[in-house]
Design a protein around this ligand. Structure first.
Ligand code: FAD
Length: 400
C-alpha cells in the first residue's frame, strides 16, 4: 500500500487523516508534541468555534484578509455546511449562536477532539507523537522524512505544521517562498482615563479608525483592563496585521462609540434637550452607552453632570459629542486575544494549486492550515479553512 505521512497533528492534519481512504493508504501522523490537537483544545475559550454559519463561498471568502481569492474554489467544494454535516453525522451536536458562530452543543472542545481521534482510529491512522520532523528530502519518487527519533519514507506528504517558524524552514528548504510572519487577531493596549474606569463596558456598534494607515472597522467594542477589544478591534487587527506590525503597534486611533456622525448625534442631543429641558445632563439617556460611561464622559469633557441639559452650552455639547464620536486615543502595543489568535504569513499562495492543495514546486507534496499565508478574522473561519483544505487533499489522494 502507498504511504501518506502527515506532518503535524493539528486540526488540518487530523481532518485530512480522517478523510483519507484507509483501503488505499497507510496513513501516519507525525507530531512533535506529546499531545495532539492542542490548539483545538484551547480554541474558542475551550468551546471550539468550529466554523461560521455562512454558507455561500463568495460571502465566506470576504472574512479572509489573506486568502480571499484562493479560497473561493476550495469553499465551492467544502464549506461550513459540509463541516457541520461532517461532525453531526459523526455524533457531534452543533449550535449556531446569534452572531453565526458555530460551537458544539456540549460547549466543550473535547467533543471535536474525541470525534477527530475516533475517526482517525477507525481509519487505522498511526499517530506518532514526540516526533519532530527535522528534514524532508525527495529521493526519486519517494520522500525521506527525518525526525529526531528516526527516518520515515512516504509516497505523499501532507504538510500541516501550523505557523511554527522552524517548521516553515523545512518547506523553504524544499524551494518554497515564505511570506514573513506577523501576528493577527489581537487587542490594543491603550492607557486613557476614560477607559481605565470602565473595564467590561461594551458598546453595541462602534467605529474604529486609523486614518494614517487608511484602516477602519465597525462592530461591537469592548473596554478591557488593558485597552480595547471586541469584534471591531479584532477585525481591524486582522485586516491591518501587516501595517500595524510595520508601525510597531504604536499609532493614533479614533473611536466613535455610537457609530453616528457628530451631526446626527447633535440632532439627537438637541431634540432631547428640547423635550427634556429640566433633566440633568447626567440623567439624560440620549445615546446607547451605559450611565456610568456617560457620566465619565461628562467628567472627561468637563461638564457638571448635575447641570440641566437646557443649560449645556453649544461649545460644551460639541466637546462632549467629539469625545463620544471621535475620541482620539494612542495605542501603545498589543495583547493576545485569548479566545482565538493566528499568524498572518506563511507559504506563498502563488506556489499552491488550490484545486488540490498540492505544491506547484514539489509534486505529491500537499499543504493545509495555518502553514499557508491564509488567515481570517475571528469567528470560526480559521478552522473552516483547515477543514476545507484538508478535505480537498483527502479527496485528491483518494481519487488517485
Ligand atoms: C488560543 C487560540 C484559540 C483559537 N480558537 C479558534 C476558534 O475557536 N476557531 C477558529 O476557527 N480558530 C481558532 N484558532 C485558530 C486555529 O486554532 C488555527 O487556525 C488552527 O489550529 C490551525 O490548525 P493547523 O492544523 O494548521 O495548525 P496547528 O493547530 O498549529 O497544528 C500544527 C501541529 O503541527 C505540529 N508540528 C509543528 N512542527 C512540527 C514538526 N516539525 N514536526 C512534527 N510536528 C510539528 C505542532 O506541534 C502542531 O500540533 C485559535 C487559535 C488559538 C491560538
Amino acid at each position: 500500500m502507498k504511504q501518506v505521512i502527515i506532518i503535524g497533528g493539528g486540526a488540518a492534519g487530523f481532518f485530512c487523516a480522517a478523510n483519507l481512504d484507509k483501503n488505499k493508504y497507510n496513513i501516519r501522523i507525525l507530531e512533535q508534541n506529546k499531545d495532539v490537537l492542542q490548539k483545538v483544545k484551547i480554541s474558542g475559550g475551550g468551546r471550539c468555534n468550529v466554523t461560521h454559519a455562512c454558507f455561500d463561498p463568495s460571502d465566506l471568502v470576504k472574512f479572509y484578509p489573506r486568502g480571499e481569492k484562493e479560497l473561493r474554489s476550495v469553499f465551492s467544494k467544502f464549506q461550513p455546511g459540509d463541516t457541520m454535516d461532517w461532525f453531526e453525522q459523526r455524533g457531534v451536536e452543533l449550535k449556531i449562536e446569534n452572531d453565526n458562530r458555530v460551537f458544539p452543543v456540549s460547549n466543550q472542545s473535547q467533543s471535536i477532539i474525541d470525534t477527530l481521534t475516533s475517526e482517525t482510529e477507525k481509519n487505522n491512522v498511526e499517530v506518532i507523537t514526540q516526533t519532530t520532523v527535522v528534514s524532508i528530502e525527495k529521493e526519486g519518487e519517494v520522500f525521506v522524512i527525518t525526525t529526531k527519533t528516526g527516518t520515515y519514507t512516504a509516497d505523499y506528504v501532507v504538510f500541516a505544521t501550523g505557523s511554527a517558524p522552524k517548521s516553515l524552514k523545512l518547506v523553504e528548504q524544499l524551494g518554497h517562498k515564505i511570506v514573513s510572519l506577523v501576528p493577527s487577531l489581537f487587542t490594543f493596549n491603550i492607557k486613557h482615563p476614560l477607559l481605565s474606569e470602565h473595564p467590561g463596558t461594551s458598546f453595541e456598534w462602534a467605529e474604529v479608525n486609523i486614518p494614517k494607515l487608511k484602516l477602519g472597522e465597525s462592530g461591537p467594542l469592548l473596554i478591557t483592563h488593558w485597552g480595547l477589544s471586541g469584534p471591531a478591534v479584532l477585525k481591524l487587527s486582522a485586516w491591518g496585521a501587516r501595517k500595524l506590525a510595520e508601525v510597531g503597534y504604536k499609532f493614533e486611533i479614533f473611536i466613535n462609540f455610537i457609530s453616528k456622525s457628530i451631526e446626527d448625534a447633535e440632532e439627537d442631543f438637541v431634540n432631547f434637550k428640547e423635550n427634556n429641558p429640566k433633566k440633568s445632563i447626567g440623567q439624560s439617556k440620549i445615546f446607547n452607552v451605559t450611565n456610568r460611561f456617560w457620566n465619565s464622559l461628562l467628567t472627561f469633557s468637563k461638564i457638571d453632570s448635575e447641570k440641566h441639559i437646557a443649560n449645556v452650552s453649544k461649545k460644551e455639547m460639541l466637546v462632549l459629542l467629539e469625545n463620544l464620536c471621535q475620541l482620539k486615543l494612542n495605542v501603545d502595543g498589543k495583547s493576545t486575544f485569548k479566545d482565538e489568535f493566528v499568524t498572518a504569513g506563511g507559504v506563498d499562495l502563488k506556489e499552491i494549486n488550490f484545486k488540490t492543495m498540492e505544491s506547484k514546486i514539489v509534486p505529491n507534496f500537499y499543504l493545509a492550515g495555518e502553514v499557508l499565508n491564509i488567515d481570517a478574522i475571528t469567528g470560526g473561519f480559521n478552522f473552516q479553512a483547515c477543514w476545507s483544505e484538508a478535505w480537498l487533499i483527502a479527496q485528491e489522494l483518494n481519487s488517485k
